[in-house]
Design a protein around this ligand. Structure first.
Ligand SMILES: Cc1ncc(COP(=O)(O)O)c(C=O)c1O
Length: 433
């Protein structure tokens, strides 16, 4: 008898592990996923920003197979291996800025952010961490505390780590200061300095952690002056500036790292997701003098930078260059942005279209004047997109931002078909009320 996986899932997994669809994947190639019933989906989710080089890239497969034939694990603290060292050196060379760098590896984005905090605290001898509204940094206890959104990420999971302070981010569509760019002169960056007066003592702050473009928070793109202003304030007070590039990294925004758009060299940069093309790995890359503040043996872990993921990571960096994927991200972004803007002119429910490179989102509202989030519409839209053969995911504090994280290797006709589905489905969902 055939297994009923819907039933088995409900029996075997806790309900807290949510899934967007009951369908199960059978295989995936570049930007197309096939389920166990033989149905094909165009993948605009990319495993939540993990598949910038696409599913099953032949070079990734070859690198993974070659590594599997050699060895799986020694633990880098017992006997190291070349791929780990080479990957660290490549990231040091590629990270924005000229300062000498150091890198090492852990298993997930959350772990990378935790490690960045450990290093910043060790290097400064200070406890405080400043983060932003709408931020997402992970689901461990520390990173849950750093994450902004309560439901579902933090609800009933406290208590959280102390010494975390939160200030508003540069969310121009819903400006925290009710100002308009450029007349605002990016006054929101000064909210960090204002925090020194009434929220946190600057010489007790170890680090400020910012996503260059907020991902889970709703694809929020700050003005180009924003991050350099934050960094300058950090420098004045000896605070470590951490750029969380877990979602923005590896070509997604049209540069290898999004901070390149902002002309900012972070003191520490965290990466994960598309570095491993599906194999778990995350990186912590930082200025040598900060990274070397930690005593020998103070950082690491059993699986961090496992050989398979390091071999794949090196190949991902090669593919980025060989296939010019950051530039391709810009072209994808132009096509997606043009289509979303055309849709916005048709549908008042599309309140804002924004993005950087191929990291494009549209924020849905019930009314463009009040900007009331259209959470129910967004939910219905995503469900109908699945039915119509397009995998997509949403973001935002109010779950009302439709975002695109398709592989940067997506074929042009697949991209255009996906965009057609998005437009047709929007009409269907509005008609269904
Ligand atoms: C900016 C950012 N930081 C950290 C994380 C956490 O990464 P992981 O899920 O690999 O722990 C995410 C995940 O979406 C992210 O987008």
């Amino acid at each position: 008898m055939e297994t009923d996986f819907v039933k088995l899932r409900a029996e075997a997994l806790p309900r807290g592990v949510a899934t967007a669809t009951a369908s199960l994947v059978a295989s995936a190639k570049n930007a197309t996923v096939t389920d166990t019933e033989g149905r094909e989906y165009i993948d605009f989710a990319g495993g939540i920003g993990v598949l910038n080089v696409g599913h099953s890239h032949p070079k990734v497969m070859a690198a993974a197979h070659a590594q599997l034939d050699r060895f799986a694990h020694t633990c880098v603290h017992v006997m190291g291996y070349e791929a780990y060292i080479r990957l660290a050196a490549r990231l040091n060379e590629k990270a924005p800025g000229d300062s000498p760098k150091r890198s090492y590896f852990v298993n997930s984005g959350a772990e990378a952010v935790e490690n960045a905090v450990k290093i910043a605290r060790c290097a400064t001898g200070r406890p405080g961490i400043v983060v932003f509204e709408n931020a997402f940094h992970g689901r461990t206890n520390l990173t849950m505390g750093l994450t902004s959104k309560i439901s579902p990420y933090k609800r009933d999971f406290g208590p959280f780590t102390p010494e975390i302070y939160r200030i508003p981010y540069a969310y121009c569509y819903r400006c925290p200061l009710n100002l308009k760019y450029p007349a605002c002169k990016v006054e929101c960056a000064e909210l960090l300095r204002r925090g020194f007066e009434n929220l946190f003592q600057p010489d007790k702050v170890a680090c400020v952690i910012a996503e260059p473009v907020q991902g889970e928070g709703g694809f929020i793109v700050p003005p180009l002056e924003y991050h350099s202003r934050l960094k300058a304030i950090c420098e004045e007070h000896g605070i470590v500036f951490v750029a969380d590039e877990v979602q923005t990294g590896f070509g997604r925004t049209g540069k290898l790292f999004a901070m390149e758009h902002y002309g900012v060299e972070a003191d520490i940069m965290t990466t994960a997701k598309s570095l491993g093309a599906g194999y778990p790995i995350a990186g912590i890359t930082g200025r040598a003098e900060i990274m070397d503040a930690v005593h020998p043996g103070g950082i690491g872990g059993t699986y961090g930078g496992n050989p398979l993921s390091c071999a794949v990571g090196l190949t991902v960096l090669d593919i980025m260059e060989e296939e010019n994927l950051p530039e391709r991200a810009n072209e994808i972004g132009r096509r997606v942005g043009d289509r979303f803007s055309a849709m916005q002119r048709r549908f008042p429910q599309i309140g804002d279209v924004r993005g950087l490179g191929a990291m494009i989102g549209m924020e849905l509202v019930t009314d463009p004047v009040t900007k009331e989030p259209a959470t129910a519409l967004t939910k219905a839209y995503r469900a109908r997109l699945f039915e119509n053969g397009l995998m997509s995911i949403v973001a935002g504090t109010y779950d009302n931002v439709v975002r695109t994280l398709m592989p940067l290797t997506i074929e042009w006709d697949t991209l255009d078909r996906g965009l057609d589905i998005m437009e047709e489905t929007f009409v269907q969902v509005l008609a269904a009320g």
